[in-house]
Design a binder for this molecule. Structure first.
Ligand code: SF4
Length: 76
């Protein structure tokens, strides 16, 4: 598993590919990982991080956004 870096995020944005972003309010509940295991994982601190992908459109990200109890996930 490779985490999405800012450079990769910028490269995707240049191609008009949306990538999800997790902010610092994440409480590590794991809901996003359960719904979108190809897009999110929990890091060593138990916080959600975004996995590097070339396209997130078929990875249930919108459902993870809806399920997040603290609205920590957005499209950036
Ligand atoms: S659903 Fe929200 S609070 Fe839960 S792990 Fe994912 S980003 Fe964090």
């Amino acid at each position: 598993m490779t985490l999405l870096t800012e450079e990769q995020r910028e490269a995707l944005a240049a191609k008009w590919v949306k990538a999800p972003f997790v902010n610092e309010t994440c409480i590590g509940c794991g809901a996003c990982v359960a719904i979108s295991p190809d897009a999110f994982d929990l890091n060593d601190e138990g916080m959600s991080v975004v996995i590097a992908q070339n396209d997130y459109s078929d990875r249930w990200v919108d459902d993870s956004i809806s399920a997040c109890p603290v609205s920590a996930i957005s499209w950036k």
